[in-house]
Write a new protein. Structure first.
Lengths: 378, 143
């Protein structure tokens, strides 16, 4: 088939360039990484006076990675059963080298992650980065925040201490008062009628398998959308550029933006290390399902504003159950928040847009005040 | 040239700084991965039943701390106890009355009734325990 001449005149074998280091040259001989290199070389990121808000998303992503790593480490010793859950966490904290640190980083990391996710969401909201074509990025981001709250709620029970036991009891009861689906949801979450070992096993399953799987998918979608559409430039900056007849300033993603992002990650790591070492997360007292609840049971701070609001709602509003109305109102609020890009159809100058932005300011003020009141109230 | 040197110095400091902090994160993680050693080495003695429960030319495996041990009554009626963990690859051994040896089924290792490795791959004898009969109970203790 092949003549000798043809074989001799064939292209010489590709020899790796001498300037490239060994592993890179070795990989390039086998895989074409040129498109990836070109992509990294040409990716640009807008730079303007509001650019620093961009780093919040990266910081939250970094904390999520910290949670995955520390969570996997804790899995090596944790035992999800009523008789062993508390003891295994105590074993981690007292017997395993640096166990107290890993657990403290995981607990503090969860709180910081939710705080940063909230800050990232509100910055996106006030900069109107949800506007066309980024509606799906907003929706995926809000769902990711809900998932983070789910992680917080399910993970809180796992050490099986008194506080987490009763917080789960109250939290699942709140869901249970919903009309039509309440009872189903209550039994689904608790894996029975009361909070028991079955609940612990179920929450463990949610925390380490179901939620991570859904989160991984949505996170990839969120990042892919950001990558495809680029970062949003605020309307004000866009208008200024139009007036001047220029386009917004940009910087290369690599290394300029990436190094700035890394600085943000390092800052978060510093804060996390400071909190985890100087204020180690407590273990509390082992849950006793047949003991009465201690006074002052409160949920984690990120649920405190809803918890506090429900306290103020009267038992009966007209013919309706006050608590049910309150929970439905929060549900409706969450749904409207998710659909904001579709409600604000004219973000640059619409009347609706102004109303939504003002509502956003009041929502932030409301959350801050109710959280503070929830902390102070007995 | 001066700028170039400054840049290299800064790159060196950044690189070593990141590398050193990465190592400092790795240290607690590796420490965490290694399980803590159990402080106690287990009980010093254990009750292994009553002497009359074990017939001549037979043996039984029992728990000693967190390890298995084997109690044997010889044809002559003498009680002997050894660690039941084969010195080859850690399988649990058993007594074979027909050939009067302690036998490891995993790789056909054999020990005599003094715990000495006599055939197959086991490299060392079995650890021997002291056996005493006190108030009608067999007490096995570490030698």
């Amino acid at each position: 088939m092949f003549s000798k001449e043809k074989l001799l005149s064939a292209e010489p074998e590709i020899v790796p360039q001498r300037s490239k280091s060994f592993p890179l040259a070795w990989i390039e001989e086998r895989v074409d990484v040129e498109p990836l290199r070109q992509f990294i070389r040409h990716k640009m990121v807008p730079l303007h006076r509001h650019s620093y808000w961009y780093y919040l998303g990266g910081m939250a992503l970094f904390l999520y990675m910290v949670q995955v790593v520390t969570g996997i480490l804790l899995l090596l010793y944790y035992q999800p059963s009523e008789s062993n859950a508390f003891e295994s966490v105590r074993f981690i904290m007292t017997q395993v080298r640096f166990g107290w640190l890993i657990r403290s980083v995981h607990a503090w990391g969860a709180n910081l992650l939710i705080a940063l996710a909230f800050a990232h969401m509100f910055s996106t909201f006030f900069l109107k980065a949800y506007r066309k074509p980024r509606e799906l990025t907003w929706v995926s981001g809000v769902v990711l925040l809900f998932l983070m709250l789910g992680f917080g709620f399910s993970g809180y029970l796992l050490p099986w201490n008194t506080l987490s036991f009763f917080a789960t009891m109250v939290g699942t009861n709140i869901v249970g008062v919903l009309p039509f689906i309440g009872e189903f949801l209550l039994r689904f979450l608790r894996s029975g009628d009361s909070v028991s070992e079955a609940t612990l096993t179920r929450f463990f399953g949610f925390h380490v398998a179901v939620l991570p799987m859904v989160t991984a998918f949505l996170l990839l979608l969120h990042l892919w959308l950001i990558q495809k559409q680029g970062m949003s430039v605020p309307l004000g900056v866009e208008a200024e550029c139009r007036q001047r007849g220029t386009s917004p300033r940009k910087i290369p993603f690599f290394p300029d933006f990436m190094l700035r992002d890394l600085m943000g990650w390092y800052l978060v790591l510093g804060v996390l290390g400071w909190l985890a070492t100087l204020y180690p997360w407590e273990l509390g007292v082992k849950a006793d399902p047949f003991a009465s609840a201690p006074p002052g049971i409160k949920p984690e701070w990120y649920f405190l504003f809803t918890f506090q609001t429900l306290k103020y709602i009267p038992a009966k509003i007209l013919a309706f159950d006050g608590e049910v109305l309150g929970i439905l109102a929060f549900g409706l609020g969450g749904l409207l928040w998710l659909l904001i890009p579709f409600l604000d159809w004219n973000p640059s100058s619409g009347r609706m847009s102004r109303i939504i932005q003002r509502a956003g300011i009041w929502i932030v003020i409301y959350i801050l005040i109710m959280t503070a009141v929830g902390y102070v109230a007995k | 040239m001066e700028n170039w040197n400054r840049r290299r110095l800064l790159q060196f400091l950044l690189g070593t700084g990141i590398g050193a902090s990465f190592l400092s994160f790795l240290y607690p993680i590796i420490g965490f991965l290694l399980p803590p050693r159990s402080r106690a080495s287990g009980p010093q003695y254990v009750e292994a039943g009553k002497p009359e429960e074990l017939q001549r030319n037979s043996g039984k495996v029992f728990q000693f701390g967190n390890q298995p041990a084997i109690l044997i009554r010889t044809v002559e009626g003498e009680l002997r106890a050894f660690s039941a963990v084969c010195t080859h690859l850690g399988c649990t051994v058993q007594y074979v009355p027909e050939s009067k040896v302690i036998w490891c089924p995993c790789h056909n290792g054999m020990f005599d009734l003094h715990g000495r490795n006599i055939a197959g791959p086991p490299p060392r004898p079995l650890a021997e325990y002291k056996v005493n009969v006190l108030e009608g109970k067999v007490i096995v203790s570490r030698a």
